[in-house]
Design a protein around this ligand. Structure first.
Ligand code: ATP
Ligand code: MG
Length: 270
């Protein structure tokens, strides 16, 4: 990565706490991050380490308690709804829980049409819009004709996650933040979806932030990896260095947890 270039997205001393006094949780604790154009990074950490909270701050869905986010070298201003919409043309997300990501009163057609409109396609002829929706669905192995006139809650979890990727195909944001994007998809489709995301990345030049528990996935897809523990980055660097030669015991533990998922369970010791 060319470090002479300005970072695309930066977090400087970003902290987010919830609650007050004895109830206070510091979910994100003084995080610094520089993301460069075209880079793929992963943020890996155990449950509750603050990954989703950090992504929500980066997306501008929640306000940080302190610190600043910079986009293309300029302090981000999302003080009005219009500015937020402008910002969201650049950064979009796929969430861990796809059920929470859709307005349940919008049919799938309108979810996809919104994306086309947001990309300046409001006045495209009807046929062109349909063609684009069909293409986006087939990109993620969904059949548009089976989805049209349905509501998102009528889909399976895996189909919903695919639909989210179809949205990204239409939106083509500069930065994609993917929070456990394949958590509801079986292992076989998971590899396909990842390949599709990486393919999409090549095609539209996307910069990607993966958020995951899965250090194997992080190794497979990313240039740089950030290891998160209790709201802080405890180790970061090139994927090869961090995952093949971890320095922190916490990182080593995350790595040691992985083979257990694939090894057959030894029931004789239970
Ligand atoms: N809205 C909220 N109100 C209060 N506490 C919160 C809120 N959101 C998150 N937290 C707390 O902040 C901490 C970090 O949560 P977060 O969801 O960011 O973790 P995570 O790393 O994404 O975990 P997981 O891997 O399970 O998704 C947790 O202790 C959580 O309980
Ligand atoms: Mg999370």
């Amino acid at each position: 990565m060319d470090k002479e270039k300005k970072p695309y997205l930066s977090a400087k001393g970003v902290t987010k706490s919830f609650g007050f006094g004895r109830q206070k949780t510091v979910a994100v604790d003084n995080i610094n991050l520089d993301l460069y154009e075209g880079e793929v990074i992963s943020i890996v950490g155990e449950s509750g380490s603050g990954k989703t909270t950090l992504s929500k701050v980066l997306l501008g869905l929640i306000n940080q308690t302190s610190g600043d986010v910079y986009f293309q070298g300029v302090k981000r201003d999302i003080s009005s709804q219009a500015r937020k919409r402008e910002y969201w043309k650049n950064i979009q997300a796929i969430f861990q829980d796809p059920f929470s990501s859709y307005n349940i009163f919008n049919k799938i057609d309108s979810v996809l049409l919104d994306c086309i409109n947001m990309r300046g396609g409001v006045y495209f002829p009807r046929e062109k819009k349909t063609e684009m929706m069909i293409e986006a669905c087939s990109f993620v192995n969904l059949k548009f004709e089976e989805l049209t006139n349905k509501y998102p809650f009528e889909l399976s979890g895996g189909q919903m996650q695919r639909l989210m990727i179809a949205r990204i195909f239409l939106l083509q944001p500069k930065i994609l933040l993917a929070d456990e994007p394949t958590s509801m998809i079986d292992a076989c489709s998971r590899a396909t979806i990842l390949d599709e995301l990486m393919h999409l990345r090549k095609e539209v030049g996307m910069t990607i932030i993966f958020i995951t528990h899965d250090i194997g996935l992080a190794y497979y897809v990313s240039d740089n990896v950030y290891i998160m523990e209790k709201g802080r980055f405890v180790e970061s660097g090139a994927a090869d260095d961090v995952i093949l030669r971890p320095k922190e015991p916490y990182t080593q533990r995350l790595i040691n947890d992985v083979p257990k998922i694939y090894e057959e369970w030894d029931l004789s010791t239970v």
